[in-house]
Ligand binder design. Structure first.
Ligand code: X2X
Length: 379
């Protein structure tokens, strides 16, 4: 047998060797084609080493704390796979808070915990919650805000943002904005006359303060504190727990007027390309973390001003901040706090009627009507 094999091998001609080589080459080519045609399991897109999350005010503001809560929760639940870093104090925006939306949309920023106020120059629907005294005259202003966020009007706001190119994964809250001044207490519209007030660079603010006889000036938040220190303005408006207390506003303004004239809900926005790069499981994880962040952020904003549920919630998650009684605390710091009655608020509501009418036309009467219906259903 060995001999005959040897014999066969010996008898292979050079043409046969060439034929065999061609045959082998063809098979190899066929295999290659086959491999190319078959869908190879694609490796998952690698996640970024760091996702940048923008926040306009500082790290110690309620807003900054809410962003940190989200980042920590995501890092912990994803076992470090998703690493979000919070950049407070408008660092990513070169101080210009109204450019945040565009930077998030174009991918210079990955995430933003953003106020409706700062995105309203690009998305007119977001002026809804800045309509003066629109929510303030509701029987329960927090219930009204929750009804908008969870209702048809909230969805219309989110849809308007998403249509312009940013994915929204949740809400939170900066809070109802209260007035602080250095020149005497405010209890009626006439008290606002001639006061120079710092406002955000969003047009509805200018019109609201002019309607009240004040002299509004645009200033980025990044420059505002210096402006207060130097006495460039006589007053400003920001939420009590979220901004005024952490900023120690009493160092500049002695008078605090609780008039709840508008609220800025916060939105957790994500660049859409970044959002799509997460696996479906991680998208679910991010949505769950955003839902918990909403509860935490709202509780921080409402602590000491609601029926006690914010205090109970923060205790239950072991996240009670230092100041739990904001009014008493501000008074201890020497502030004079004027808390307006519904009748006093009604006077301010009357004085700003034209601003609401003009801006209802700009925002879209359908959206304003949807919000009125959402709020009415929640009473
Ligand atoms: O600029 C403000 O007043 C602030 C920090 O509240 C916002 O970004 C809307």
């Amino acid at each position: 047998l060995v001999g005959s094999e040897m014999c066969i091998r010996d008898s292979i001609s050079s043409e046969e060797v060439l034929l065999m080589k061609r045959c082998l080459l063809r098979s190899a080519l066929a295999l290659c084609a086959c491999l190319l045609a078959a869908p190879l399991p694609s490796p998952a897109a690698p996640y970024k080493a760091e996702y940048k999350l923008s926040v306009v005010p500082g790290a110690t503001s309620g807003w900054g704390m809410t962003a940190a809560y989200f980042a920590d929760l995501v890092r912990e639940r994803s076992q470090g796979r998703i690493n979000i870093k919070v950049y407070p104090s408008s660092q990513l925006l070169a101080g210009k808070q109204t450019s945040e939306f565009l930077m998030l949309r174009n991918g210079a920023i990955d995430f933003a915990l953003a106020s409706t106020i700062n995105w309203s120059p690009q998305i007119k629907e977001l002026n809804l919650t800045a309509l003066p005294f629109f929510l303030a005259v509701q029987p329960d202003r927090y219930k009204a805000m929750d009804a908008v966020m969870a209702g048809k009007s909230g969805k219309m706001m989110v849809d308007a943002i998403e249509k312009k190119g940013v994915k929204i994964i949740g809400w939170a809250e900066n809070g109802f904005r209260e007035m602080t001044t250095s020149k005497g207490p405010i209890s009626k519209p006439e008290d606002m006359s001639g006061l120079k007030i710092r406002v955000v660079g969003s047009p509805i603010f200018i019109e609201t303060f002019r309607a009240l006889g004040a002299n509004p000036v645009n200033m980025n938040w990044s420059e505002a504190t210096t402006g207060f220190q130097q006495g460039v303005v006589d007053g400003q408006e920001n939420p009590t727990n979220g901004i005024n207390i952490p900023l120690k506003i009493w160092d500049y303004h002695k008078y605090h007027c609780d008039w709840h004239y508008i609220i800025d809900p916060l939105l957790m926005g994500v660049n859409p390309t970044v959002w799509k790069s997460f696996s479906p499981e991680d998208q679910k994880l991010l949505l769950e973390c955003a839902a918990e962040t909403e509860k935490y952020g709202k509780a921080l904003s409402r602590l000491g001003m609601d029926d006690g549920s914010s205090l109970a919630y923060l205790k239950s998650i072991d996240k009670l901040p230092e100041v739990t009684e904001p009014y008493a605390f501000m008074e201890q710091q020497g502030m004079i706090v004027t808390r307006l009655s519904p009748e006093q608020i009604a006077k301010f509501h009357g004085a700003t009627q034209k601003v609401r009418a003009d801006w209802t036309a700009k925002i879209g009467p359908d959206l304003v009507k949807a919000a009125e219906e959402d709020m009415a259903a929640a009473k």
